[in-house]
Design a protein around this ligand. Structure first.
Ligand code: 4YB
Length: 472
C-alpha cells in the first residue's frame, strides 16, 4: 500500500493537460496548481494552519476546487458544507465538528469570528510559484462530509487521503478513466459524489468541468462541453432526457453515472432505448462515494459489481463494508469515533450478495410492521416505479388503529399524465400481496421541493411527518 500521496508527481506528469474548465475559465494542471500555491500562501496569511478543520460555505465554484487543493497543500482538513444551512446553524456545525474557520463570501456571516472572507481571492494576483513539495502522508486527515443518520442528527464523516485516494482508484479502474476524459460535475462539493470527481480526474490526468449555477443551464453545459463522463441523480437524468439535443450529447458520453438511490425502471428503459451508456452506483459518504457499479447495457439483473479496494459482506440481510476506502470515523467533539463491529462498518442498508455482486433492497430503518407483517417500503416503491408514467414514488408508514401501521404512497407522474389512483391500484394488485397495497395513494406534495434544502435525496422523514397529518 502506498504510504504517501505525491501530488507533485501527478502535476508534473500532466502539466500541459487541462484540469479545470468552466463557462468562465480553463486551467492546465500547471496553471491550476500555481494558483493553488498562491492561495495556500494567502490562507496562511489569514491564519489557517496545519491540521485545522476549515469549513467552506458559499464559495464561488470558480475558486472552490483551488481552495480545496490549497487547504490540502497546507495540511488543513477541508469541510465543504451545504450553503443552504442557515447562518444561525453554522455555529452548531463549527462547535460539533471542532472547525477552526469558515471560508465564504456571504456578507451576513462576516460578523462570525471564525469567518474568512474569500472575495479578495478574485483580485489576488497569482505569482509564479514552483510546483514542488506537494505530497501528503496517506493517513493525513483530508476531508469532512456531513451526513445525517436515520435520527436526522448530523454526523461528520472524516476521510484521510488514503480513503479518498483508493475510492478514486477503484472508480477510475472500473471506468478506465484516461487523460483524454472529461467529467462534468453537477453534484455539489459538499457531497462525496461531487467532490470525489476532482480526485478521480486528478489521478487520471483528466479534466473536470464545472457548472456555473445561475450562469448556464445543465443542458447547455452538456451540449457545449461534451463531457465523456457525467454523474447525476436520476431525477436530473429524467429532466435531461426531455431534451433531444441533450439526449444526443448524453449518448456520446462514455458513462452517464447515476447514484444516491435506487433507479426507477422507467428511467433505465428510457435511457437505454436512446442508446445511452448508463451506469448506476451504490455508494455512501462513509466509503468516500461509490462501492459498486452496475453497467445497465450489459447487466440486465439488478446487481452491481464491487469495485477494487472495497470489501462487502451481508449479515442478517444488512450490508457490511470495509476496505481501504473506509472513512477514519465520525469527527466528534472529543475526537474521532469509528463505529465498527468485528472490523466491519454496518451500513443500515439491506442487500443480497451473490457471485461477488450486490443488490441493494432497502434500508433496515425504513421497515415497519403492519398487522404483524414486515413491510419494506422500497419494495412497494420499486413496483410503483415500474408502472408507466410514474416518475417518483415514496412509501411511508401511517398510524392505523387496526394494524398499527399501514403504507401510504406518494406518487409523482410524468408531465402531461393524469393521476389515476384506480389504475395504480389495479396494477399493484397483480404484483403485490394485498397487505402491501398502500391504504392511501397520494399525489407528490408540492411543498417537498422547498424541503430538499440542497440535498440530492428526497427526505423520507419529511414525508413521514407530512403523512402523519393525513392519517386517520
Ligand atoms: C442507495 C443506492 C442505490 C445509495 N440503491 N440505495 O459517484 C457516485 O457514486 C455517485 C454518482 C452519482 C450520484 C451520486 C453518487 C454518490 O456518490 C452517492 C453516494 C451517496 O448517496 N451517499 S450518501 O451518504 O448520501 O447516502 C448513502 C445512502 O444512500 C446509502 O446508505 C443507501 O441507503 C442509499 N443509496 N446508492 C439504493 N444504488
Amino acid at each position: 500500500m502506498n504510504t504517501t500521496f505525491d501530488f507533485t508527481e501527478i502535476i508534473l506528469q500532466y502539466e500541459k493537460n487541462v484540469f479545470h474548465e468552466s463557462s468562465e475559465s480553463s486551467f492546465t494542471y500547471s496553471s491550476f496548481f500555481k494558483k493553488v500555491q498562491s492561495v495556500a500562501v494567502w490562507l496562511g496569511s489569514q491564519g489557517v494552519k496545519k491540521n485545522e478543520i476549515v469549513i467552506l460555505k458559499n464559495t464561488d465554484v470558480e475558486i472552490y476546487p483551488i481552495l480545496i487543493f490549497a487547504l490540502w497543500k497546507i495540511g488543513a482538513v477541508v469541510f465543504p458544507v451545504n450553503p443552504k444551512i442557515p447562518s444561525a446553524s453554522t455555529a452548531n456545525v463549527i462547535d460539533e465538528s471542532n472547525a477552526a474557520h469558515v471560508i465564504g463570501e456571504k456578507a451576513e456571516e462576516l460578523k462570525e469570528s471564525h469567518f474568512i472572507d474569500c472575495t479578495p481571492l478574485k483580485q489576488l494576483s497569482f505569482n509564479a510559484h514552483d510546483l514542488l513539495n506537494y505530497s501528503k502522508s496517506m493517513e493525513t486527515p483530508a476531508l469532512i462530509i456531513m451526513t445525517s443518520g436515520s435520527s436526522g442528527k448530523p454526523k461528520y464523516a472524516l476521510h484521510t487521503f488514503r480513503s479518498l485516494y483508493y475510492n478514486a482508484v477503484g472508480v477510475n479502474s472500473y471506468f478506465n478513466l484516461t487523460e483524454d476524459d472529461h467529467w462534468l460535475v453537477t453534484l455539489p462539493f459538499y457531497h462525496v459524489g461531487g467532490l470525489g470527481i476532482l480526485l478521480r480526474c486528478f489521478l487520471a490526468g483528466a479534466r473536470y468541468s464545472l457548472l456555473s449555477p445561475g450562469r448556464e443551464s445543465l443542458n447547455n453545459a452538456i451540449n457545449k462541453r461534451k463531457p465523456t463522463h457525467i454523474s447525476l441523480v436520476f431525477t436530473q437524468l429524467q429532466r435531461l432526457l426531455e431534451n433531444r439535443k441533450t439526449s444526443e450529447s448524453l449518448k456520446a458520453c462514455k458513462a452517464v453515472f447515476l447514484g444516491g438511490s435506487a433507479i426507477p425502471g422507467s428511467v433505465i428503459d428510457h435511457a437505454l432505448s436512446l442508446g445511452i451508456n448508463l451506469y448506476s452506483g451504490y455508494g455512501l459518504t462513509e466509503m468516500g462515494s461509490t462501492v459498486a457499479i452496475r453497467n445497465h447495457k450489459t447487466e440486465n439483473k439488478d446487481v452491481a459489481e464491487i469495485l477494487k479496494h472495497r470489501e462487502v459482506k451481508v449479515l442478517d440481510n444488512e450490508i457490511l463494508l470495509r476496505g481501504k476506502c473506509l472513512f477514519a470515523g465520525y469527527q466528534e467533539k472529543g475526537g474521532v469515533n469509528l463505529p465498527l463491529n468485528n472490523d466491519w462498518f454496518h451500513t443500515g442498508d439491506l442487500g443480497i450478495l451473490k457471485n461477488d455482486k450486490i443488490t441493494v433492497t432497502g434500508r433496515k430503518d425504513n421497515m415497519f410492521i403492519s398487522g404483524g407483517e414486515n413491510i419494506q417500503p422500497e419494495e412497494i416503491e420499486k413496483t410503483l416505479l415500474n408502472l408507466d408514467g410514474i416518475e417518483q414514488a415514496l412509501v411511508v408508514p401511517c398510524d392505523n388503529k387496526e394494524y398499527g401501521q399501514r403504507p401510504c404512497a406518494f406518487i409523482k407522474y410524468s408531465e402531461g399524465i393524469d393521476f389515476d389512483e384506480k389504475k395504480i391500484r389495479d396494477s399493484l394488485k397483480i404484483k403485490l400481496p394485498s397487505f402491501k397495497i398502500p391504504d392511501k395513494i397520494l399525489q407528490w406534495p408540492e411543498q417537498v421541493a422547498q424541503q430538499s434544502q440542497g440535498s440530492i435525496k428526497v427526505k423520507r422523514s419529511w414525508f413521514i411527518e407530512y403523512a402523519s397529518g393525513l392519517c386517520d
